[in-house]
Design a protein around this ligand. Structure first.
Ligand SMILES: *Cc1c(COP(=O)(O)O)cnc(C)c1O
Length: 452
């Protein structure tokens, strides 16, 4: 791609630099935010109140002319960068041709092309089919519908610290009360929670297999394997704190679910599409789930989600039982095909591994100087630090918030997460230039020092 074409395409031609011309947020953003407060519901939160006017590569440019380094990717969405040229090109062509027919009324190629790609890219070589939806939560809901229809069973197993969305069923499946569930009950029934493998917070070291036995024991004794339609699990927890389970945890759960006739659903909405350095996080240990839910990184910023899985499971649902007005919208499908093409051509899985090396090296250096770093973890370009007190264990969400706020003031967009709110997470676009990532981590290091 030439520079001129980059410019024509929008974002990627932006100078890849951190540039602060006002305080953050600047006066223009503050005025816009006041208007936002007047018209937008208070329940819709904002991490960093700068209004964005352009974005591409590794930067966001705000209404005051500040250029901020993006370590959030709109929550793991713009893995291919904002306005990636192949996304812009395919979307522009599609939007000019037609914008909507509803796939359930009259079909079109883009939907089938995305389904075919999903079948190729998701783990396992078995026959697969897909259904396309609008959001991650909707994909998770549909995975549960499919698993129930296939097994004739009702119970759904999820794990501690899980995040699966904000709709009624997915609120029940999500672990954390505040802000996701508080005051929104009653929640859907037949959802059961079992322990996760969380190596940093185990009372005593245990192997992945032992952690899996603990999970299995709870489910067998408290629910009964014969009642379980599915086990839904993020292979690396997202909102729950970027928790990477101990090796062997997922393979043992795969073995048990297979023996027990339970559909294993990998929620790869945050981990999928090259984020962790493989196409999917399950690939790392060769785990082949029955169903995979995807969204976020799938379509370069367009709302698209999917359930992909074993053809015989997907086809257990009666005709008309799956779908939705906008699911697999043609423009979103064009965007997905552009994003997938970009990932394949530019080997963004390898890019994720390289960015991950930079981030873990820099966070390792910070850890040597700051006792508040309890844990550095993650995989590929999905990396986090857990901030703790002087005992090396107690969660310190206030310190994590101060570090993040310092980064924001210095023009680096960071996010926090975790059940205790004490995890700083880093999700750069996979097209982030490495020198810019190094500069962002200079700022992160400064933020640790400034808040000590
Ligand atoms: C973001 C997320 C969801 C929900 O996706 P939405 O598109 O926000 O509905 C579900 N599961 C995981 C793992 C996520 O990270």
């Amino acid at each position: 791609m030439t520079d001129a074409a980059d410019h024509a395409a929008g974002g990627p031609g932006l100078p890849q630099e951190r540039r602060l011309v006002t305080e953050i947020p600047g006066p223009v953003s503050r005025a816009k935010f006041a208007r936002r407060q007047e018209h937008v519901a208070a329940g819709v939160g904002t991490t960093l109140p700068v209004f964005v006017e352009a974005a591409g590569g590794g930067v966001l440019v705000d209404a005051d002319g500040n250029s901020l380094i993006d370590l959030a990717s709109g929550i793991a969405v713009t893995s291919v960068g904002n306005s990636a040229p192949a996304v812009v090109e395919r979307v522009s062509e599609q939007v000019a041709a037609f914008t909507h027919t509803c796939f359930m009324v009259t079909p079109y190629d883009g939907y089938v092309d995305v389904a075919e790609k999903l079948g190729e890219l998701t783990p396992g070589t078995h026959a697969k089919k897909s259904a396309l939806l609008n959001s991650g939560a909707e994909a998770v809901e549909n995975a549960v519908k499919i698993a129930r229809a296939f097994t004739g069973r009702q119970a759904v197993a999820v794990v501690d610290h899980a995040y699966h969305g904000r709709t009624n069923l997915t609120m029940a499946m999500t672990a954390k009360n505040m802000p996701y569930k508080h005051s929104f009950g009653p929640f859907a029934g037949e959802v059961y929670r079992a322990p996760m493998s969380y190596p940093f917070r185990e009372p005593a070291p245990i192997t992945g297999e032992q952690a899996a036995e603990r999970t299995i024991d709870v489910l067998e004794k408290q629910v009964g394997a014969a009642n379980l339609s599915c086990l839904v699990i993020e292979p690396i927890l997202g909102e729950g704190g970027f928790v990477v389970p101990a090796d062997g945890f997922l393979p043992r759960l795969r073995e048990w679910t297979e023996q027990s006739g339970i559909v294993l659903v990998a929620d790869e909405i945050q981990t999928g599409f090259c984020r962790t350095g493989d196409w999917f996080a399950c690939d790392h240990e060769g785990v082949v789930p029955d169903l995979v839910t995807t969204a976020k990184g799938i379509a370069g910023g367009f709302p698209l989600a999917a359930v992909t899985g074993r053809a015989e499971i997907m086809d257990a649902v009666h005709v008309g039982g799956l779908g939705g007005t906008y699911g697999g919208n043609p423009v979103a499908c064009a965007a997905a095909l552009g994003a997938i093409e970009t990932m394949q051509k530019n080997d963004l899985a390898a890019a994720a591994r390289r960015l991950g090396e930079v981030m873990t090296r820099r966070l390792g250096e910070i850890r040597e100087e700051h006792a508040c770093v309890g844990d550095v973890r993650g995989r590929g370009a999905m990396v986090a630090v857990e901030i703790v007190g002087t005992d090396g264990h107690s969660p310190e969400p206030v310190r994590a918030g101060r570090i993040s706020a310092h980064c924001h003031q210095q023009g680096v967009v960071t996010l926090t997460c975790g059940t205790y709110g004490n995890v700083l997470r880093f999700l750069p676009p996979l097209v982030m230039p490495e020198p810019l990532l190094e500069e962002a981590f200079d700022v992160v290091a400064e933020a640790f020092a400034a808040t000590a």
